[in-house]
Ligand binder design. Structure first.
Ligand SMILES: Nc1nc2c(ncn2[C@@H]2O[C@H](COP(=O)(O)OP(=O)(O)OP(=O)(O)O)[C@@H](O)[C@H]2O)c(=O)[nH]1
Length: 304
């Protein structure tokens, strides 16, 4: 309550002062009615509304951060609560019949209050829209984040499947060929064994960058798992895909990665495979790609 008074002292003091001033003016100008003359139904209706509006005001000031929306809504509530208070006062105080100013005091603050509240509601709606948009973007970022590999700047297997699904639909609609290329490092486990997991991570990051540099703008590269990368090549037939796969293998073989500790050069080798999409879904295409890769693996690895 203390912080409420501190933060909104002006608004609350203004309302209390206005309510007291109204009471004093009525008392100065009129006579207090007798008990029997009071219409209790009106008192309950008007007084109750006034109390409820004051309750709303307190809830609003306690629950919302300071700002334009809070200011407009609280001012609107103050005006309407004041209007109801003045309306209620004439149930207890009889004013001379010739007085017409009391009508102004009762009625005029109501539309002003309503107008202020309408403006407040409008800005509240805008504020809610901006918040929802922000939440939507944050949620999207989180969702996308899950689709990314946590070591390289590439997407992971889940995104690859989604992307392939869409690319297959698009390729069919445009009647264009689509190919996929797999790049799998040979004996990568030896890198981990000899140089440690951290060095292995550095190698995977370097290879990811290298492959990205060797692909075209429209191609999409993912790390399918461990030391296996897959590139989706739109508008690419099998012949061209095989050529690109060969170039990627060559670029890995030429990579001059040096270990962090002793600076010795790590000689890397990759096995590649390329297949063109037929009338199949993404799972079948990936299965064919993995089979092609298994066949292309050096014989020693296949028999192991
Ligand atoms: N440093 C590092 N190693 C990983 C990561 N993910 C998988 N690996 C390792 O990569 C290796 C993959 O092993 P294999 O699938 O047998 O591949 P390989 O040793 O290259 O053997 P071949 O593919 O048959 O030539 C395993 O030793 C995994 O521990 C990673 O994120 N970082």
């Amino acid at each position: 309550m203390k912080s409420l008074l501190k933060l909104h002292a002006m608004t609350l003091t203004g309302l209390v002062l206005a309510a007291n001033a109204g009471l004093l003016i009525y008392l100065a100008a009129g006579d207090i009615m007798r008990w029997a003359e009071i219409n209790w139904m009106d008192v309950a209706g008007e007084g109750g509304t006034c109390l409820i509006l004051c309750g709303w005001l307190i809830m609003l000031l306690r629950g919302r951060p300071a700002g334009r929306v809070t200011r407009l809504l609280s001012l609107g509530l103050c005006f309407t609560a004041f209007s109801m208070w003045m309306d209620c006062l004439d149930e207890f105080i009889r004013l001379p019949a010739e007085a017409i100013w009391d009508n102004w005091l009762e009625t005029a603050p109501m539309p002003v209050g309503m107008l202020l509240m309408t403006l407040g509601m409008y800005h509240l709606q805008q504020e809610q829209r901006a918040i929802s948009e922000q939440m939507r973007k944050r949620e999207q970022r989180l969702r996308d984040h899950r689709l990314f590999d946590n070591l390289t700047p590439l997407s992971g297997a889940q995104y690859l499947r989604q992307h392939l699904q869409q690319s297959l639909v698009q390729a069919r609609a445009e009647q264009q060929p689509l190919s996929v290329v797999a790049i799998d490092l040979d004996d990568f486990s030896l890198v981990n064994q000899r140089y440690g997991q951290d060095e292995g991570d550095q190698v995977l990051q370097a290879v990811a960058q290298l492959l990205l540099l060797n692909l075209r703008q429209q191609d999409m590269l993912c790390r399918l798992a461990g030391d296996r990368f897959v590139a989706v090549l739109p508008n690419t037939g099998e012949h061209q895909a095989l050529k690109m796969a060969g170039e990627l293998r060559q670029s890995v073989a030429s990579l001059a990665h040096r270990s962090q500790h002793h600076g010795e050069r790590l000689q890397l080798c990759a096995t590649v495979a390329a297949v063109m999409a037929l009338d199949e879904n993404e799972a079948q295409l990936l299965k064919r790609l993995n089979l092609a890769l298994a066949c292309a693996k050096p014989r020693l690895a296949r028999s192991a």
